[in-house]
Design a protein around this ligand. Structure first.
Ligand SMILES: [Zn+2]
Length: 286
């Protein structure tokens, strides 16, 4: 539903001004009603609409006025200014503008709510799994902090690729070999954008849940402040949901058995490489 349709549904805008309840007959109104509220705006594409103030078919765009409680009359904005007085017309226009703005806020919140609801459902069904994933990473880093942190840093730095560096002799002589560094990609784990957040998954989930709750609680009658707060948090919430999604994908990719074998053997080679720098290998280095 676009905003125009939303306004139509909220009866703040109409394209069929003649089809309104309580509309006065097409006769000029001469006595100024004691009460008036600008009920909605009308727009007509094809015909000029009858004006109860100037008594002719002059306006394509205009206003439906609610007068004396339950009667409706149609008029253009300049006719209204003359008839009701500039002060009253300004007051009515201002009040109607505010109503439209509040409707716009409600509309945006509804759009946001619609975009967030599938995420909410998805998070709800995944929450136990997400808790499990996060504690798996926490536990792994606790038990094998150095090698795992080394691997994750390596993956983050290489855009998810596991790169093996070897030195290949390319020439020289018996005394002095000339070697070059050669890099080969062992495997890759993606998306590497998840790496910094593997221990913050539940934190992100909580952020999304708090936002969903906030959207639901202000949905019907948001104050301007509530609306501004929500709009500001919306983008951050979508980003948090993306992070959670990336963490699931990364974990799933990382723990594929065939990949784990490659990662383990790379880690083992890295460990040996570090040991080779030590002059003497002691049991505690192993
Ligand atoms: Zn008029």
């Amino acid at each position: 539903m676009d905003f125009r349709a939303y306004l139509r549904a909220e009866r703040l805008f109409t394209e069929t001004p003649y089809e309104q309840i309580g509309l006065l007959p097409k006769e000029r109104v001469t006595a100024v009603p004691s009460e008036v509220v600008f009920d909605n705006f009308y727009r007509s594409q094809k015909e000029r609409i009858y004006c109860h103030i100037c008594g002719g078919h002059r306006h394509l765009n205009g206003i439906t006025g609610l007068v004396d409680g339950d009667k409706r009359m149609l008029f253009g904005s300049s006719c209204a200014k003359e008839f009701f007085g500039a002060e009253t017309a300004k007051l009515c226009a201002g009040e109607s503008k505010q109503r439209t703005r509040r409707a716009h806020n409600r509309y945006v919140i509804q759009v946001i709510a619609n975009s967030i609801e599938p995420i909410e459902g998805w998070l709800k069904s995944y929450r136990p799994l997400l808790t499990h994933i996060e504690s798996a990473w926490v536990e792994m880093l606790l038990k094998h902090e150095k090698p795992v942190a080394h691997l994750l840093t390596h993956l983050a730095r290489n855009n998810g690729r596991v790169v093996e560096t070897s030195h290949v002799a390319v020439g020289g002589n018996a005394k002095q070999l000339e070697r070059v560094e050669q890099h080969s990609i062992v495997t890759h784990v993606s998306p590497s954008s998840a790496i910094p957040y593997l221990k913050q998954i539940i934190q992100r989930v909580t952020l999304v849940e708090a936002f969903v709750y906030a959207v639901q609680s202000v949905r019907t009658e948001p104050t301007d402040q509530m609306f501004a707060n929500l709009a500001a948090k919306h983008q951050k919430t979508l980003e948090a949901a993306e992070v959670v999604d990336a963490c699931i994908a990364f974990t799933r990719d990382f723990f594929q058995p065939s990949k784990l074998i490659l990662l383990a053997s790379w880690m083992e080679k890295e460990r040996k490489k570090r040991l080779s720098h030590l002059a003497e290998v002691k049991p505690q280095n192993l």
